[in-house]
Design a protein around this ligand. Structure first.
Ligand code: F6P
Length: 323
């Protein structure tokens, strides 16, 4: 019987556990022996590899994070440690490996897959940043967006009660995707993302006019990539003359009970990845686009820059022009 292993690499996302559950159930149904690698690529190096069964995934579908832990492995960049990882996989007679992670994890996957020859690797895009080229959707994004939505809705309650401005900083690394979608879906008055230049003078003019017309509070959603959250709050106080507070949502955006959408996507990503692994003899990344689920070469995913779709960017432009 062939053996298939799974690991999580990089920042965790909600619904990784849903993937683990489907991975074990579907692997067994397909006649494979499932294995877990604890602690991501570090676990491969340290031989933290063990056989998994139904009891390992019982009841985990509803929890965020990952039962098998994750790591941002520095050692994996070193070929000596990757050789150790390959030797551990071969000792366990592992034929296939599923990797949940972002583009950095897939670059590592490309290297180990070239070096290990016979082992086939399949990637599942998993990052709240939704910044992987070649796929419209990465696991964890919907849960993160829903968590942010709850947070901003609560912030609005206090902002409106006290007539204040709130500047909310959103994760996303270099991508403004999470920030933009959160701003649009929470009715924010201001949205600053790295993809679109912004004009503070135009914002000031508009905000002053709106205050005269009865607007009593503002919600500004700002991407962490811009590194100017406190500055924006200071600007609101000084130039718009409104008391302001900063909220850095931080790592709460990565956790929590996975949404129905993420659980379903986890199911599909895991199924498609195992089906492809059994058909293909080359490593790949599973992607989700308008055509549905498909697999792409690692180099077409991990080494390209992701962009926000034009239709969303058009809406961001309206913020850029300050409406
Ligand atoms: O890539 C996911 C992410 O949450 C980014 O949005 C954020 O910039 C980064 O990870 C934070 O990394 P860490 O968990 O190492 O602090």
């Amino acid at each position: 019987m062939k053996k298939i292993a799974i690991l999580c690499s990089g920042g965790d996302v909600s619904s990784m556990n849903a993937v683990l559950k489907r991975f074990v159930d579907y692997s067994i149904a397909k006649g494979l022996i499932p294995y877990f690698v604890n602690n991501g690529y570090d676990g491969l190096i340290d031989n933290n590899i063990y056989k998994a069964g139904y009891s390992d995934v019982a009841g985990i579908i509803s929890s965020g994070g990952t039962k098998i832990r994750s790591s941002r492995s520095k050692r994996f960049k070193d070929i000596g440690y990757r050789k150790q990882a390959i030797s551990n996989l071969k000792d366990h007679c592992i034929d296939y490996v599923v990797v949940l992670g972002g583009d950095g994890s897939f670059r590592g996957m490309q290297e180990i897959s070239n070096e290990s020859e016979s082992i086939v690797f399949g990637g599942i895009p998993s990052t709240i940043d939704n910044d992987i080229a070649g796929t419209n959707y990465c696991l964890g994004v919907d849960t993160a967006l829903n968590g942010i939505k709850y947070a901003i809705d609560s912030i609005r309650d206090t902002a409106s009660s006290l007539g204040r401005a709130f500047v909310v900083e959103i994760m996303g690394r270099e991508s403004g995707y999470l920030t933009l979608v959160s701003a649009l879906t929470s009715g924010a008055e201001m949205c600053l993302i790295p993809e679109i230049p912004h004009n503070l003078d135009a914002y000031k003019k508009r905000f002053k006019k709106e205050i005269k017309q009865g607007r009593e509070y503002f919600i500004a959603i700002v991407s962490e990539a811009l590194n100017n959250t406190q500055e924006v709050a200071n600007w609101l106080e000084k130039e718009v003359n409104i008391e302001s507070r900063v909220i850095i949502l931080g790592h709460v955006q990565r956790g929590g009970n996975p949404t129905v959408y993420d659980r379903l996507m986890a199911f599909h990503f895991a199924t498609h990845t195992i089906d492809t692994i059994l058909k293909e003899h080359k490593s790949f990344v599973t992607c989700y686009n308008s055509r549905g689920f498909e697999h792409k070469k690692i180099e077409d995913v991990a080494f390209k820059k992701s962009t926000i779709k034009d239709e969303l960017l058009k809406l961001a432009m309206e913020y850029g022009d300050s409406k």
